[in-house]
Design a binder for this molecule. Structure first.
Ligand SMILES: CC(C)(COP(=O)(O)OP(=O)(O)OC[C@H]1O[C@@H](n2cnc3c(N)ncnc32)[C@H](O)[C@@H]1OP(=O)(O)O)[C@@H](O)C(=O)NCCC(=O)NCCS
Length: 176
């Protein structure tokens, strides 16, 4: 909850929200309520886990990362991430945090498949996901209306066995 003010500052900017499929800003009340519930989510009971991304050295709050729609039956979950402040983009935080979350998903939660959707014009996100090991599945054409036009939605996924080729059980991921 101590991150609420900094979340409101950057999270509501259209520069970030235009990539999320939820372009309208959130009120502070709604964000407080979401944060309150996000800190209590259980992957099995609620089907989601939301974590803060921090700079390990300074403790600066950078954004949030999550696995949601976790299906214990299919051992599958959707992935989402946002580094909030544009000046923190392109510094490797997204790729690093994605790798750590995949590690949690596969080596702690025992998932078999993790998937995501990204706007096809969000080249930075797609590149970060490729670096973390996600593969392209396909594109839903004209699926999202934002910035006055329909845009394609890229689907990507990674399987447990593919992640294990890079990070077998017993190894760790995550930058210094
Ligand atoms: C998407 C996001 C999580 C990526 O995290 P990040 O820390 O900025 O990304 P990284 O620095 O780890 O990697 C970015 C990569 O994309 C590349 N890149 C940046 N802009 C690019 C562009 N326009 N075209 C192609 N590649 C691009 C970078 O060069 C880098 O690749 P490299 O290491 O091979 O040079 C982050 O930028 C973000 O949260 N953006 C706003 C919200 C958002 O888009 N969320 C995802 C919704 S699906």
């Amino acid at each position: 909850m101590s991150d609420l003010d900094i979340i409101m500052q950057h999270w509501n900017a259209f520069e970030i929200r235009k990539y999320l499929g939820t372009p309208l800003p959130m009120s502070k009340n709604a964000e407080r309520e979401w944060l309150e519930s996000a800190t209590k989510h259980s992957p099995w009971k609620d089907g989601k886990i939301v974590l803060a991304i921090e700079d390990k050295k300074t403790g600066e709050f950078l954004g949030t990362i999550s696995l949601f729609d976790i299906s214990p039956q299919m051992r599958r979950a959707e992935f989402g991430i946002a580094i909030h402040q544009p000046s923190n983009h392109n510094k490797g935080y997204g790729t690093d945090a994605t790798g750590v979350t995949l590690w949690i998903g596969f080596h702690v939660l025992g998932l078999n498949s993790i998937y995501l959707y990204a706007l096809d014009r969000n080249k930075r996100a797609i590149r970060a996901y490729e670096k973390a090991g996600f593969k392209h599945v396909g594109v839903f054409r004209n699926a999202i209306y934002v910035e006055g036009q329909f845009q394609g939605l890229v689907a990507m996924d990674i399987l447990s066995e593919e992640f294990a080729e890079q990070f077998p059980p017993g190894t760790l991921t995550g930058g210094p």
